[in-house]
Write a new protein. Structure first.
Length: 299
């Protein structure tokens, strides 16, 4: 039986533990995670099936084109993990960073220069490589194993990547680098280096809870996103606005969770963020990561 509102597999139809995890199947699940993430509706301030959120240069179809262009890239990430023969997984990171650079080129070619999936290329690419690496070693693909492998691969990443940003010309700084200089927030790099604590401690437990309550997959993921928004210091919001705005969004999301509001309030929240031109893109990326780990049947 399909979930209402999304023609996708429900939680009982997710791949069983015996699912053959090859680079191809891992890449397919990464693609599915991207398609599911953009399809979840409503997503306050983000592109979904109803609207383009707080974005004027992209739509639901832009994301479909982008995700389709990236399909082979995630298989390449997983294949790199499977092929890696070193003893220290952190030495795999330079290999997948090169794949990531090429993936970004594919994305920009498909979207005419619009950044739809840069954050997901980083995280899903990293985790796909870890899944390929662990599957080859026949290590259990639990969320803990995968995210711990990611943390080991990213050890020292923040220190290395941010070491020279203060001396860079400001016009060449990325959004993440500006946020780090101004507020010391390490963004998705820090989340990866820490083993994705928001996903592990907040999002995955929330998704499991909402599904156990009988919510369909779409609605369970909507409320999981709100949980992520209540926790994450979203660098996309900070870079487009300021840290005070980001904190207001966190508090609003936390209120929705605390008071157990329903979808009607989330639709209202969506309109508030659209009107204020606020996009919690970092939270959207973490939702895709959450679904990817979930779809690997990792609980």
């Amino acid at each position: 039986m399909r979930n209402e509102g999304l023609g996708i597999r429900n939680e009982k139809e997710l791949p069983p533990a015996s699912y053959l995890l090859t680079p191809t199947s891992i890449g397919t699940l990464a693609l599915e995670a991207m398609l599911i993430e953009v399809s979840v509706t409503p997503k306050p301030g983000l592109v979904d099936r109803n609207n383009s959120g707080a974005h004027r240069d992209m739509s639901f179809f832009t994301f479909i084109k982008s995700a389709s262009a990236l399909r082979n890239s995630f298989e390449e990430f997983a294949q790199a993990g499977e092929n890696f023969c070193g003893t220290e997984i952190k030495n795999l990171f330079p290999v997948i960073r090169k794949i990531g650079i090429e993936a970004e080129k594919k994305m920009f070619a498909a979207t005419n220069g619009i950044n739809t999936h840069k954050g997901e290329i980083f995280s899903l690419g990293l985790l796909s490589a870890c899944a390929g690496f662990l599957a080859k070693k026949k290590i259990s693909l639990t969320p803990e194993e995968i995210t711990q492998a990611a943390a080991k691969m990213c050890a020292g990443l923040c220190e290395k990547d941010f070491a020279e940003v203060r001396s860079k010309d400001k016009k060449f700084l990325t959004k993440g680098e500006r946020v780090y200089i101004e507020h010391g927030i390490t963004g998705i790099r820090g989340e990866a280096e820490a083993g994705y604590p928001i996903v592990m401690n907040i999002a995955l437990p929330a998704l499991k809870k909402y599904l156990s309550q009988g919510k369909n997959l779409n609605d369970a993921l909507v409320f999981t996103l709100i949980n992520i928004m209540a926790e994450a210091h979203d660098t996309n919001i900070i870079s487009r606005h300021d840290i005070e705005t980001a904190e207001q969004v966190r508090q609003r999301a936390a209120e929705i969770i605390k008071k157990n509001y329903g979808l009607e309030e989330i639709y209202k929240f969506d309109r508030e963020l659209i009107d204020a031109y606020i996009s919690p893109g970092g939270a959207g990326d973490l939702l895709a990561v959450t679904y990817f780990l979930f779809s690997l049947n990792c609980f």
